[in-house]
Ligand binder design. Structure first.
Ligand code: UN1
Length: 511
C-alpha cells in the first residue's frame, strides 16, 4: 500500500479567489472578453488558486503590438545594460524563491524540494544569460585580403513568442525568455493554462526588476485563442515552444508557411540501460528518481528500463520494494515523495495506458488512481511498474507523462543499445555500468541529446545544451550559450580599409 499524507489544504477554500490580469505594455490589463478561467490545486481540487483572463486573439494582438513598439529601444540598449536587468531579476527570484516554490507546488503539484529546484533552475539560467550581456561572442577572423577586417555579430530578430508548459512553470519560461531578452528581442509570453499563477508571479518580478514596458508581455488563455494568434502573426519573428509532439508539429507547419523560426522541445521516451555489472542500488536510486520524481511528468523522465536479463530479478525486486514505499500526497507536506498528476485528463490518459500495458507486460506494481483518504480530492496515480515489456510495445514506445515504468529485459549490451534507440524520440538516456568500455560505447551510440553515465535521465544543468534528437525537437537547443542561436540572426561584417576595390575570390588567386 502506498502511504498517504494528510493535506494542509483539506478544508475547502471559502474565500473568493483573486482575479489576475494580462500584462501588456507595462500595465496589468483585463482581457477584452471579460471571460476568465480557474486554476486549481491538483492535490486538492477544492482549493481554487485564482481566476485568470481567458485571452482572445485581440488580447494577443495587443501584446504583440506592444512588443513590437518596445523593440527598437530595447534593441538599442547596450547588451550589458540589458544583462544588468537580468541580474536584478535573478536576485529577485532568489529573494522570493520560497514563495515562488510554494506557489508552484500548490498550482502544479510537484513536491516542495523539486519546486525549489525548478525556481533555482530559473535563477541559474537568468544569471547565465545575464553574463551573455557581456559575452555574446561572435568571431573576428583574418580576411583573405590585405587591409580588410572580417567579423560576425549576433543581432536580435524582433518579437519572440514564448509558449510554455506547466511541468516546469518557472524554469522553462526563464530558459526561453532570458536568452530572448538579453539578445535584445521583446517577448509575448503565453503560459500553460494549468499554471497561469506561476507565470503571473514571474512577470510581476520581471516588471519589478526593470524590464521596460512592452519588452515582456503576458497573455493567459487557450492555445487555440492566444497560442495560434502568436504563431500566425506576421509580426512575431520567432516561436519557442515546449509541449507535446502533436502540438509542436502543428506549430511548425503553421509557422513554416511564413518561414518563421521555431524552436521545439517535445516528447520523450527516455531509457535507462542497466548492465549486469552495474551497482544495482545506485541504479535503483537513479531510476526511481527519474521515473517517479515530478510524478513522471518531466520531458526527461525515465519511462523505460532496459536491463540485461541476468540482473532483471534483483533490479526489479529493488524497484518494486522502494517504489511501494513512496509516499503520495500534497507536495507541501513534509515527507511526501510524489505529488499529484496535473489534472483529471492526465489521470485518464495514464489509466488508459495502464489498460494497454496489461496486455503487453506483467503489471508488478500500482496501476490505479490513488484515491485513499485525502488523495480523493486530488488527481493522484499510484507509481506503476510493468515488467517483461517488449521494446516495441506501445507502453515502451509512447509518451505517457505519468508514473509508469516499463522494464524491458534484453540479452546483452548490443541488444540494450538497439532497444534504447528504437524509439522516435531522443531527449535523454542513461547507462549504469562499471565497464568503461561499455560506458564509452553508450556515450558514442545512444541517440539522445543528453546522455548520463551512472545517473538517471533527469538533472540537466543550465549551462549545457538541452534538447533532443529525432521527434523530440527540430534541431534547436535551449540552455547553454547555444540557446542564443534561436533568438539571434548572424550578421557578417567586412570592413575594407585598403582604399581601393578588392574582390574576394578574384583578387585572391593562388600565387
Ligand atoms: C523538462 O522536463 O521539460 O533535466 C525539463 C531535468 C530538468 C529539466 C527538465 N533540469 O530534468
Amino acid at each position: 500500500m502506498t502511504e498517504i499524507a494528510a493535506s494542509p489544504g483539506s478544508t475547502a477554500a471559502v474565500a473568493t479567489p483573486a482575479t489576475f490580469r494580462h500584462f501588456i505594455a507595462g500595465a496589468w490589463a483585463d482581457g477584452v472578453s471579460g471571460e476568465t478561467f480557474e486554476s486549481v490545486n491538483p492535490a486538492d481540487g477544492r482549493d481554487v488558486i485564482g481566476r485568470f483572463q481567458a485571452g482572445t486573439p485581440a488580447d494577443a494582438a495587443m501584446a504583440i503590438r506592444a512588443a513590437e513598439m518596445a523593440f527598437p529601444a530595447w534593441r538599442a540598449t547596450p547588451a550589458p545594460k540589458r544583462g544588468e536587468i537580468l541580474y536584478r531579476f535573478g536576485e529577485l527570484m532568489a529573494r522570493h524563491k520560497e514563495r515562488l516554490a510554494r506557489a508552484m507546488t500548490r498550482e502544479m503539484g510537484k513536491v516542495l524540494a523539486e519546486a525549489r529546484g525548478d525556481v533555482q533552475e530559473g535563477i541559474d539560467i537568468t544569471y547565465l544569460m545575464a553574463g551573455e550581456g557581456r559575452r555574446m561572442f561572435g568571431d573576428t577572423v583574418p580576411s583573405e585580403l590585405p587591409d580588410k577586417w572580417a567579423m560576425s555579430i549576433r543581432q536580435p530578430i524582433g518579437v519572440a513568442g514564448i509558449i510554455t508548459p506547466w511541468n516546469f512553470p518557472i524554469a522553462i519560461p526563464c530558459w526561453k525568455m532570458m536568452p530572448a531578452l538579453v539578445t535584445g528581442n521583446t517577448v509575448v509570453f503565453k503560459p500553460a493554462s494549468d499554471t497561469p499563477h506561476c507565470a503571473t508571479l514571474l512577470v510581476e518580478l520581471m516588471a519589478e526588476a526593470g524590464f521596460p514596458p512592452g519588452t515582456v508581455n503576458l497573455v493567459t488563455g487557450s492555445g487555440a485563442a492566444v497560442g495560434d494568434t502568436i504563431v500566425e502573426s506576421p509580426d512575431v519573428a520567432v516561436i519557442s515552444f515546449t509541449g507535446s509532439s502533436t502540438t509542436g508539429k502543428r506549430i511548425a507547419e503553421r509557422a513554416g508557411r511564413r518561414l518563421k523560426r521555431v524552436s521545439l522541445e517535445l516528447g520523450g521516451k527516455n531509457g535507462v540501460v542497466v548492465l549486469r555489472d552495474a551497482d544495482l542500488d545506485l541504479a535503483t536510486d537513479g531510476i526511481l528518481w527519474s521515473a517517479f520524481g515530478t510524478t513522471g511528468q518531466r520531458c526527461t523522465a525515465c519511462s523505460r528500463v532496459i536491463v540485461e536479463a541476468p540482473v532483471l530479478e534483483p533490479l526489479l525486486d529493488r524497484l518494486v520494494t522502494r517504489a511501494r514505499g513512496l509516499r503520495l500526497g500534497d507536495g507541501l507536506v513534509e515527507g511526501v515523495d510524489v505529488g499529484p498528476l496535473i489534472n483529471a485528463a492526465a489521470v485518464d490518459k495514464v489509466r488508459s495506458y495502464v489498460g494497454i500495458g496489461r496486455t503487453e507486460g506483467d503489471l508488478v506494481l500500482g496501476g490505479e488512481p490513488a484515491t485513499d483518504g485525502e488523495l480523493a480530492h486530488g488527481t493522484f496515480f499510484q507509481p506503476t511498474i510493468f515488467s517483461k515489456v517488449k521494446p516495441m510495445a506501445r507502453i515502451g514506445q509512447e509518451e505517457i507523462f505519468g508514473p509508469v515504468l516499463s522494464v524491458i529485459p534484453v540479452d546483452d549490451v548490443d541488444a540494450a543499445v538497439t532497444a534504447l534507440n528504437q524509439t522516435r524520440y531522443g531527449l535523454s538516456a542513461s547507462i549504469f555500468t562499471r565497464d568503461v568500455n561499455a560506458a564509452f560505447r553508450a556515450m558514442r551510440d545512444l541517440e539522445a541529446g543528453i546522455v548520463y553515465v551512472n545517473a538517471g535521465t533527469t538533472g540537466a544543468e543550465t549551462h549545457l545544451p538541452f534538447g533532443g534528437w529525432k521527434e523530440t525537437g527540430n534541431g534547436h537547443r535551449e540552455a547553454g550559450h547555444v540557446a542564443l542561436d534561436t533568438y539571434t540572426e548572424w550578421k557578417s561584417i567586412y570592413v575594407d580599409f585598403s582604399g581601393h576595390l578588392q574582390r574576394a575570390q578574384i583578387d585572391n588567386q593562388p600565387e
